[in-house]
Design a protein around this ligand. Structure first.
Ligand SMILES: Nc1ncnc2c1ncn2[C@@H]1O[C@H](COP(=O)(O)OP(=O)(O)OP(=O)(O)O)[C@@H](O)[C@H]1O
Ligand SMILES: [Mg+2]
Length: 164
């Protein structure tokens, strides 16, 4: 039997706050980890990736919409993928993207739907939703297996003011 999934829900009230949350999460990420980012356009996925990248000391992050995957090098290697333009997992196989995840890099994937079937389940999933106020976003983090303990440590810090 699989261990239960662990979930944490939070809310941000500005792009800066979402970025700081990404930066805080970066401290808990290891090479080989996958973070999948779900939610509608403009919900804050790339903003969050920018924060993770800042945590690794990577340079400015561009939206990878036109190139599927971008690689950044900081204290850790970061792969930032965006599969918005891909349709099915068949296409992913055709493109060899099942080899995207590297044990030498932290991989963050926006619009991961075509990718998930080949990625396995050892990942943190973040779902972004628009809140009521214009700059409000609801974020739900979910993880299982070894990622669950790290997710719990992350949210403990976030709730304890670690992202200030
Ligand atoms: N709390 C918030 N968190 C993140 N972004 C916010 C927030 N409030 C407002 N924004 C704005 O929303 C937009 C988020 O854009 P971003 O590129 O991060 O979205 P995305 O989810 O990556 O979209 P896409 O699916 O098109 O790639 C930015 O213009 C940002 O300034
Ligand atoms: Mg984006």
């Amino acid at each position: 039997m699989r261990p239960p999934k662990v979930s944490w829900h939070t809310r941000t009230r500005s792009p800066g706050e979402t970025e700081r949350l990404g930066e805080l999460l970066s401290r808990f990420l290891h090479e080989g980890d996958v973070v999948v980012l779900k939610g509608p356009m403009g919900a804050g996925k790339t903003t969050f990736v920018r924060g993770v990248a800042r945590g690794f000391g990577c340079p400015r992050v561009y939206s990878p919409s036109f190139v599927l995957v971008r690689e950044y090098r900081g204290t850790k290697k970061l792969l930032h993928a965006d599969f918005y333009r891909l349709g099915t997992s068949l296409e992913v196989e055709d493109l060899g993207l099942e080899q995207l995840v590297s044990p030498q890099a932290v991989t963050l994937v926006e619009w991961p739907e075509p990718f998930v079937p080949v990625a396995g389940e050892s990942c943190i999933e973040v779902t972004f939703e628009y809140g009521i106020a214009p700059e409000e976003r609801n974020l739900e983090f979910t993880a299982d297996d070894d990622m669950a303990a790290r997710l719990a440590a992350f949210w403990e810090q976030a709730e304890g003011g670690g992202r200030k």
